[in-house]
Ligand binder design. Sequence first.
Ligand SMILES: [Zn+2]
Ligand SMILES: [Zn+2]
Length: 281
Amino acid sequence: MHIQTYTQEVVNLHTHSYYCGHGFGEVAEYAQQGLQQGLSLLGMSEHCPVPDNRWGTSRMPFSMLKAYKQDCLDAKEAFSGTLEILRGFECDYLPEYRTYFEELKGDCDYLFFGVHDLSLDSDVEYSMFWNALTKEDLFSYTDLYLDAMQSGLFLFGAHPDVFCHSYKAWDAETIACSKAIIECAVANDVALEINGNGMRKNLVQTPEGKRYAYPHHEFWKLAAQYPVKVICNSDAHKPADVNDVMGACLAFAKQCGITYASYQVENSGTSTTLSLLAKES
Ligand SMILES: [Zn+2]
Ligand SMILES: [Zn+2]
C-alpha cells in the first residue's frame, strides 16, 4: 500500500479530452501539459455517456468507453513517477441513472456530478446556460443537486453555483438554495468545487457590478462559514487550459475566506482510492 497526499496547487480532477464530445486533445497531451503547468495529480473526467444516449451530441459515445480507459491506463504508465493520472467521469445527475452510475463507479477511480440540464423529459433539453432561470428553476436545480449529493455516488459536486450564470440577482432565493446545497454537502461529506471554466467566460453585468459568470463570491463566502470541503478545478476542454486558472482560483478562495481541502491517493497494486482531506480548522 502506498499513500500519497497532494495540496490543491498541484491537482486538477476536472478535465475533458476529445473523448467527451466537445473537448479537444489527447489524454497524453493533457498529461504533458499538466507536467509543464506544475500538476502532480491529474484526473481525466469525460462527460459520462448514459444508456439511453441522452445528450448524445455533446457526450462521449458508449463505444469509446474502452478506448478511454486504455488511453488513461497507458498515460498512467508512461508518466509513472512524475504525474499521477486517474480516470473518472463527470456525470450529469438524474435519479434514473443511479444504478448505472453505481456500476460505473466500480470501474473507474472517481465520479463527480454536475447539473447542466433541468429537463426531466429525455427528448427536451433545458440548459442552465441557454435559459434565463426563474425562481422555480432555481428550486428544481437545488432539488436535483441535493439528490445527487445524497446518493453517495460522488466525491464532489461540480460548479454548485452554476445557476449564477443565468440567474443574475443575488437574493433571498439564491441565499436559501446556496445554504441548502452547502448544508447538504456537509451532511453527506461531499466536497464542492470552485470551477475555473466560469472564470474563462465573459464577466457578467449585475446590479451589484461585474462578476464572474461563476464562481459567485457570495456563494463561497457563505460556504466559508461551514465545515464543507472545497476544492477547485480547471474544467479544461483543451490541454493548454489544464491548470491555467489555478492562480485565479487561489486568489478567489482567499478573497472568500476559503481554505482548500487536500487530496489523498492510496495505491494498493490492484486498486486506487482517491479521497479528500478536510481543511484544518
Ligand atoms: Zn464540457
Ligand atoms: Zn466539466
